[in-house]
Write a protein that binds this ligand. Structure first.
Ligand SMILES: Cc1cc2nc3c(=O)[nH]c(=O)nc-3n(C[C@H](O)[C@H](O)[C@H](O)COP(=O)(O)O)c2cc1C
Length: 203
């Protein structure tokens, strides 16, 4: 049985070799990212996910700011591989910065005290759903991407550069672009160790 969703999920892989060739316009990519995040579920339909979508020079700027933030903490003798990695993220068409709005979390905690401890967790889970939705939509459109976590190191500089509200907490960065190399091999663990299925009630 072929299933369109499964086929899309199969296309989503981590791609570090990014380039800038695409038949899609920036407007089309922006629309894809927004729609994927809009359609992703969130606890209580709280829609806590936020995104800053960076193209071209703005994406370069984000990775340059991150490079400088890292330079301050990584020993100089180890910095070359770090810098090369960050350059590869900037080599793509753009970067999506994924945020979770903490004011939404705090409002829910105040409104539904019984679940107060859960809302920060559910916000993180909602973030993951939004990230998968965007990553898969980009893959379906023929674009490669990876998922990075330079937060909290990059937060302050990015907030200043892109006018990010104080309540938005940076959770992940997704550099994207054309696929410039084949995907690496990926092994899957045994289904038997992973899944249990039941049809009848257990004794
Ligand atoms: C929650 C989460 C965090 C991840 N963090 C990083 C990361 O910080 N840097 C990175 O290069 N890849 C990161 N990845 C990508 C995984 O390493 C990758 O998805 C996994 O190895 C499977 O490969 P695939 O994406 O090609 O299917 C992350 C993935 C997930 C789901």
């Amino acid at each position: 049985m072929t299933n369109a969703t499964i086929e899309s999920l199969k296309k989503r892989r981590t791609q570090y070799a990014l380039g800038r060739t695409s038949s899609l316009s920036a407007d089309q990519i922006e629309a894809l990212v927004k729609e994927a995040i809009r359609l992703a579920p969130s606890s209580f339909n709280s829609q806590s996910s936020r995104a800053v979508i960076l193209f071209g020079a703005a994406s370069d700027q984000f990775w340059a700011l991150t490079t400088e933030a890292l330079r301050a903490v990584v020993p100089a003798e180890n910095f070359a591989p770090t810098e090369a990695k960050l350059k590869s993220f900037a080599a793509g068409l753009g970067t999506v910065l994924f945020y979770e709005d903490q004011s939404v979390v705090a409002d829910l905690q105040a409104k539904f005290a019984l679940y107060a401890d859960n809302f920060p967790v559910w916000s993180e889970q909602s973030a993951g759903m939004a990230q998968l939705a965007v990553w898969t939509a980009l893959a379906d459109a023929g674009l490669g991407a990876s998922l990075q976590h330079y937060n909290p190191l990059a937060d302050a500089a990015a907030a200043k550069a892109f006018g990010v509200p104080e309540s938005w907490k940076l959770r992940a960065q997704m550099p994207f672009g054309s696929n410039e190399a084949p995907f690496g091999d990926k092994a899957f663990m045994d289904d038997a160790a992973r899944f249990k299925t039941f049809h009848a009630a257990t004794a």
